[in-house]
Design a protein around this ligand. Sequence first.
Ligand code: FES
Length: 187
Amino acid sequence: MMTSNAPTTTTSPISAEDVKPLTELISAAAIAEIEHWRGKYPPERKRPPIIAALKIVQKEHNNYLDETVMNALAVYLDVPPIAVYEVATFYTMYNLKPVGEHVISVCTNLSCMMCGAKDVVKQLTERLNIGLGETTADGKITLVEVECMAACGGAPMLEVGEVFHENLTPEKIDAILQTLGWEDNHG
Ligand code: FES
């Protein structure tokens, strides 16, 4: 999904002097993880590791991506910044602005919509008192709408922290919120 807060794109390579080295922005373990993915491709194929690398960088950067880390990644992988921005703006799993401690991603695509995604969104927005794309006042939960997550057989579904919750019912949604500590603090 394209987002309106995408960074200004450029097709030119960025000079390493213009950006902070990635090694200063994320942990050595995260760099090693990126190297693991990089090692799966021939050295001349520089773009395929971008998807995995962005996930790793996001995890290390308060669960969102900004120009600083994306430019640093572009320099690190030796690709034009636009190659990184294109991936980051295409997939909804990347957050391009700060998000809450937990992100609830609700699928509202066809199968989920036909199986009650509208009611899922209604229950969540009412319980959390926020709209789609918003974060609760305490910074705990961000609610986002996403495209099909290839779990149509379990529609309606949502994802929290890379865990799919399928065949949602009002009770299941309440239980999910409870595991995120929402019920205890705000119920
Ligand atoms: S439509 Fe929701 S997972 Fe496919």
